[in-house]
Design a protein around this ligand. Structure first.
Ligand code: ZN
Length: 246
C-alpha cells in the first residue's frame, strides 16, 4: 500500500484531519519510486507522461484493440482511460486526474510492475533479458506492458490469481525449449499462462479484450497445456477448442 493511501486512512483512524489545501499547494512529490505524474492529462496532450499512462491502461483498448504507446493522448487513449476508470468505479470522464493516478499508484510496485505480476515470473529463462531478438532493455519494457495487460485481465476476471508459467526467452533458451524461431518470447512480450482457477478457454477468450494481438490456446499446435498471449503487429488468435480465432 502506498503512503498516499495510507495517510488518509491513518488520519481517519486517529480522528485527525488532513489539510487538502496545504497538500494541493505543495509541489508535486513522488507518489512512489516508479513514476509520478505532474499534471492532469486529457485528449490532445502529448509527452512521456502520456506514454507512461498509456502503458498503465494498455489492457483497456476494448475488444480486439491494441493501444498505441505513442505519447499522444488521442481518442483511443481517452477510451482506454474511460474503461480503466469504469473498471475501478471512478468517475469515467476519460481524463486522467488525481483519482485515476491514485488508482494507478495503488496498483503499481516501486519497480513499475503491477502489484500482481513480477519481472521474475516473466523471465524464468535467463535473468538479464539479453540474447533475444531485441535489446535487454526493450525486452524488459515489452514485458512490463504485457504485465499491465494481464493486470487488467485479472481484474476483469474477478481478481483471482493468474498463473504465469514463463515469458522472455533468449535465442538459446528458446531453441532449448523448442520454441518457434519467430516466437514472441524472443521479444519479451509473450506470456504463457497456466489453467489457474479460470481454465484455459476462459483465459483465451478474455485476453481478446485486453490488448493481446496474439492468443494461442487449446486446439492450436503445442498449446493444449497453456495459453500464450503476446503482442504482434497483426492479429493472430487461435484457440480452436475454445472457439477463439481471428
Ligand atoms: Zn508462449
Amino acid at each position: 500500500m502506498k503512503l498516499r493511501i495510507l495517510l488518509p486512512v491513518l488520519a481517519l483512524l486517529l480522528g485527525v484531519g488532513v489539510a487538502p489545501a496545504a497538500a494541493a499547494a505543495e509541489p508535486v512529490t513522488a507518489a512512489d519510486a516508479c513514476y509520478t505524474w505532474g499534471r492532469t492529462l486529457s485528449e490532445g496532450a502529448s509527452g512521456d507522461d502520456v506514454r507512461q499512462l498509456q502503458i498503465r491502461v494498455a489492457g483497456y483498448p476494448g475488444y480486439g484493440g491494441v493501444l498505441g504507446l505513442d505519447g499522444q493522448y488521442g481518442p483511443a487513449t481517452k477510451a482506454a482511460v474511460t474503461r480503466f476508470q469504469q473498471a475501478y468505479g471512478l468517475g469515467a470522464d476519460g481524463i486522467a486526474g488525481a483519482a485515476t493516478f491514485a488508482k494507478i499508484y495503488a496498483l503499481q510496485d516501486n519497480d513499475c510492475t503491477p502489484v500482481n505480476f513480477t519481472y521474475d515470473e516473466l523471465n524464468n529463462c535467463n535473468s538479464d533479458w539479453s540474447g533475444g531478438n531485441v535489446s535487454a532493455a526493450t525486452a524488459r519494457a515489452n514485458a512490463l506492458v504485457s504485465m499491465w495487460k494481464l493486470q487488467a485481465m485479472r481484474h476483469a476476471m474477478g481478481d483471482r490469481p493468474i498463473a504465469v508459467n514463463g515469458g522472455f526467452r533468449s535465442v538459446s533458451c528458446n531453441n532449448a525449449v523448442g520454441g518457434a524461431t519467430n516466437s514472441r518470447h524472443l521479444y519479451g512480450d509473450a506470456v504463457d499462462l497456466g489453467a489457474g482457477a479460470q481454465g484455459f478457454c476462459a483465459l483465451a477468450k478474455q485476453a481478446r479484450n485486453h490488448g493481446f494481438a496474439e492468443i494461442l490456446g487449446p486446439g492450436y499446435t503445442g498449446h493444449n497445456d497453456h495459453v500464450h498471449v503476446a503482442h504482434r503487429s497483426s492479429r493472430f488468435w487461435s484457440a480452436p477448442s475454445c472457439g477463439v480465432s481471428g
